[in-house]
Design a protein around this ligand. Structure first.
Ligand SMILES: [Zn+2]
Length: 474
C-alpha cells in the first residue's frame, strides 16, 4: 500500500521531508486514523517553511508482518539511499519498526546516507545523540504497544457496527463483515469486470447498459441502470484496490453535512493497493484515459487518438474537430477531423479521421495479421508508441521498436490534409469576418453542415487570432 499526495510544484531548496505511516489493518477506522496521521504531518510540514514534503509512505501492517512485507518502508529506504530524502517523520517508534533490533538497524542505516528520523510521540530526533539511548529503551516497548493497538482497532470497528454508525451501503462488487471491509462479492465483481473490459474495448455505455438490462442484470442500486451510476463505477478507484481519502468532509460539527471535496478544499490522499482489487490496473487506467477523451456527455471527443497526433508541418499537437457526419461521393465521412488548430498551431494540416483510421487499421493488419473493425484506444495504447503523419502517408511506430508506413487512401484531392486545411481556413475566415454561417453551409465539406461544438469554436477563434496577428491562449 502506498500513499501519494497531490501537490502543486514548489521551489526545491528546502529540506526534503518524507513521512512514514503504518496502520494495523485496512479497515475504515484505520484509514481514518491514517488520514489523521497524514493530515497532521502535512500541516506540520506546511508550517515549516524550510521543509518540503517528498512523499508519504504508508504500509498496512497486519499482525505478524515481517520487515520484508513492508513494501513502502523498503521503498522509503531505497529513496533515502538514492538521496531523495533528508528527513523522515514518523508518528511513533511502534509505527516505524516492530522491535528494537529493526529500529536501531534501520535508523543507523539511514544515518549512513545522511537521513535522520523524527519520532513524534516520543519526541526523538535521531540527529540528537541523547536520543540514541532513548531510542533503545523506547523500541523495547514498541512491540507490546503495537499488539494492544491492533486489538483496540478491531474492537472499535465492532463497536461502530453495533452502534449502527457503520451504515454505509456496501459498494457494488464488495461486501463487508463485522470486522472486514472490501471483501469481494464474486457475481457482482464479474459484472464490474465485464463492464470495464467492454468499455475499454470501445463499447459505449448505452450499449453496455442496454445489454445488462436485456440480460436482467440488476443495477448497482435502484431499479434501472443509469448513466451517472455507470460513470461513477468506471471512475471508482476502489475497484482497483485503491482508496482516495477525503472525497467528502463534514461541513461543521453543527450541521454534520457531508460535502463533496471537489476542488480539494482539503488535501486528498490516495492509498494504493489497500484492499483486494476487482479490476486489473491496466484496464482501469485505460478506462480513465478513455473517459478523459470522451469527456463525459459533452458530445465532444478526442477518442481514440487523444494527444498522439502531431502536425507534420510544425510538430504541434493536432486537435480534434467534431465535424458533422456527411456523405461525399457515396462515402460516409464520420468521426470528424484532426487539425493543427491548437494554441500554437500552424493551421496548415487537417486530416479527416476516416482516412487516418483506415490507414492505421491497415498498418495493424500488416503488422499483426488481424483486421480490426475500428480504431480503439486499448489496442493503440498497447501496441503503438507514436504515430507519425505525413502529407498522405502515416507511419506507425510500434512499441516493439518496429515501424509500418502506409499510404492514406484519400478519396479526393480536395481532402488532402493541406488542401483541406486551406479550404477550411477560408471558410473560417469568412465566418470570422461576420458573414452568416448558413450561407456557407454547403461550402466547407462540400455538403457538410456547420456545427457549433467547442472545438469548432476554438478552431474559429484560433483563426481569428491569426488573422489579427494576436497570440492568445485558449
Ligand atoms: Zn502545424
Amino acid at each position: 500500500m502506498s500513499v501519494m499526495k497531490f501537490e502543486s510544484g514548489k521551489p526545491r531548496s528546502r529540506k526534503r521531508v518524507a513521512v512514514y505511516c503504518r496502520v494495523s489493518t485496512d479497515k475504515d477506522d484505520q484509514l481514518d486514523s491514517l488520514e489523521n496521521q497524514m493530515k497532521s504531518f502535512q500541516l506540520k510540514i506546511q508550517q515549516n517553511k524550510d521543509w518540503k514534503l517528498v512523499k508519504i509512505y504508508a504500509d498496512e501492517g497486519i499482525s505478524g508482518t515481517s520487515m520484508k512485507r513492508r513494501v513502502q518502508f523498503l521503498e522509503m529506504i531505497e529513496d533515502s539511499k538514492a538521496g531523495k530524502i533528508d528527513f523522515i517523520l514518523c508518528k511513533s517508534i511502534s509505527r516505524f519498526a516492530r522491535n528494537t533490533v529493526d529500529t536501531l538497524t534501520t535508523v543507523r542505516e539511514l544515518q549512513r546516507f545522511g537521513v535522520q528520523v523524527f519520532f513524534e510521540k516520543e519526541n526523538i530526533d535521531t540527529a540528537n545523540s541523547i536520543s540514541e539511548m532513548l531510542l533503545t529503551i523506547m523500541a523495547s516497548f514498541a512491540q507490546e504497544e503495537s499488539r494492544s493497538i491492533s486489538e483496540n482497532v478491531k474492537w472499535g470497528i465492532r463497536k461502530r457496527f453495533e452502534e449502527g454508525k457503520e451504515k454505509k451501503v456496501p459498494l457494488y462488487g464488495f461486501y463487508h463483515t463485522e470486522d472486514e471491509l472490501f471483501l469481494v462479492r464474486d457475481d457482482e465483481a464479474e459484472i464490474v469486470r465485464e463492464i470495464f473490459e467492454r468499455y475499454v474495448q470501445g463499447e459505449t455505455p448505452t450499449k453496455i447498459m442496454n445489454d445488462m438490462i436485456a440480460r436482467g442484470v440488476k443495477p448497482p442500486s435502484g431499479d434501472c441502470w443509469k448513466r451517472l451510476q455507470f460513470d461513477r463505477m468506471l471512475k471508482n478507484e476502489k475497484y482497483v484496490g485503491d482508496s482516495l481519502l477525503q472525497k467528502t468532509y463534514v461541513e461543521s460539527h453543527l450541521t454534520h453535512r457531508q460535502i463533496r471535496n471537489r476542488d480539494e478544499t482539503l488535501p486528498q490522499f490516495l492509498v494504493k493497493d489497500g484492499h483486494c482489487a476487482i479490476v486489473d490496473r491496466h484496464v482501469f487506467d485505460q478506462a480513465q484515459k478513455i473517459m478523459e477523451m470522451r469527456r463525459f456527455g459533452s458530445g465532444n471527443t478526442t477518442y481514440p487518438y487523444g494527444e498522439m497526433l502531431k502536425c507534420p508541418c510544425c510538430e504541434q499537437p493536432l486537435v480534434h474537430g467534431s465535424l458533422s457526419n456527411f456523405t461525399y461521393k457515396g462515402e460516409r465521412i464520420r468521426n470528424g477531423g484532426w487539425g493543427c488548430y491548437g494554441q500554437n498551431g500552424c493551421a496548415k494540416y487537417l486530416i479527416i479521421q476516416n482516412f487516418l483510421d483506415t490507414a492505421v487499421i491497415e498498418a495493424f493488419y500488416e503488422k499483426y495479421g488481424e483486421r480490426k473493425e475500428r480504431v480503439d484506444f486499448y489496442w493503440l495504447d498497447d501496441t503503438v508508441e507514436r504515430i507519425e503523419l505525413e502529407k498522405t502517408r502515416v507511419t506507425i511506430h510500434w512499441r516493439d521498436g518496429e515501424a509500418t508506413r502506409v499510404k492514406m487512401a484519400i478519396s479526393d484531392e480536395r481532402f488532402a490534409p493541406s488542401e483541406y486545411a486551406d479550404y477550411y481556413n477560408g471558410f473560417l475566415g469568412r465566418i470570422a469576418g461576420g458573414e452568416q454561417k448558413n450561407k456557407y453551409r454547403n461550402l466547407m465539406g462540400m455538403g457538410m453542415e456547420v456545427e457549433t461544438g467547442t472545438d469548432r469554436k476554438r478552431m474559429r477563434r484560433k483563426h481569428a487570432d491569426n488573422e489579427s496577428g494576436r497570440k492568445e491562449g485558449k
